[in-house]
Design a protein around this ligand. Structure first.
Ligand code: GRF
Length: 224
């Protein structure tokens, strides 16, 4: 569990990854756990709001338990919110990773998992983010503004949209002849797929603390 003090974590960090689509970020996390880029971590579950998400196939191929909880299957948003939180709780996660999850996280869940939910956003927050700015729209906005750099941000999730403490960021060049799709791909390849595994590894090794809407990354402890 992420302690406010950044204290060392006991046992492998139990991570739940929440997805809606292709799951390339989920794949980057799976690969990084396998190749040791992420240490001290176990992916204990994948939750999708979309039963056709390719991310669910990636989970199955890697024998990771998964489930689907869709707002469409419930009478009201509050019932869905309850079920979603129940599903998350059932995996007993230390950390929840939003990797392209397109559903608003219930406020009760944000409170319960304070400083234990991270999200990846495909721009340098506070640019090109906020309500309605997700997926390709982020890259369309960056191109429309004529930005020369974009990038990705991992941040902790609070009750606002993309307003939580910024954790990691990486800049990516915008090219003159970019399309939103080309820029999206470059941001994924050069930033997202590296940042999210690094963020998880830092948390798993007790190297992050959150203080007053900022994060502090602690020096690695020297082992003799
Ligand atoms: C990524 O661009 C991520 O930054 C955004 O949604 C996209 C998810 O892609 N939040 P994938 O499902 O991981 O391939």
């Amino acid at each position: 569990m992420l302690e406010k003090t950044g204290a060392a974590v006991k046992g492998p960090l139990r991570v739940v990854v929440m997805v809606s689509g292709g799951g390339t970020n989920l794949q980057a996390i799976i690969d990084s756990v396998k190749d040791g880029t992420i240490t001290n971590t176990q992916i204990v579950g994948v939750i999708s709001n979309n039963k056709n998400a390719y991310a669910l196939k990636r989970a199955a191929e890697n024998r990771i338990p998964s489930s689907c909880v869709s707002p469409k299957d419930f009478e009201s948003r509050s019932i869905f919110n309850e079920k979603l939180l129940e599903e998350v709780d059932s995996y007993r996660p230390d950390l929840v990773v939003l990797a392209g999850f397109l559903v608003v996280i219930p406020p009760e869940m944000i409170r319960k998992y304070e400083n234990r939910i991270i999200n990846i956003h495909p721009s340098l927050i506070p640019s090109f983010c906020g309500k309605g700015c997700y997926g390709l729209k982020v890259h369309e906005a960056a191109l429309a503004r004529g930005a020369k750099v974009s990038g990705a941000t991992v941040h902790f999730v609070d009750e606002g949209t993309d307003t939580g403490p910024i954790f990691l960021q990486k800049a990516v060049e915008v090219r003159q002849d970019d399309t939103p799709e080309l820029l999206q791909r470059r941001v994924m390849e050069q930033a997202e797929w590296q940042l999210l595994p690094r963020a998880i590894d830092l948390i798993a090794n007790g190297r992050v603390k959150v203080e007053d809407n900022r994060t502090v990354i602690l020096e690695q402890q020297k082992t003799e």
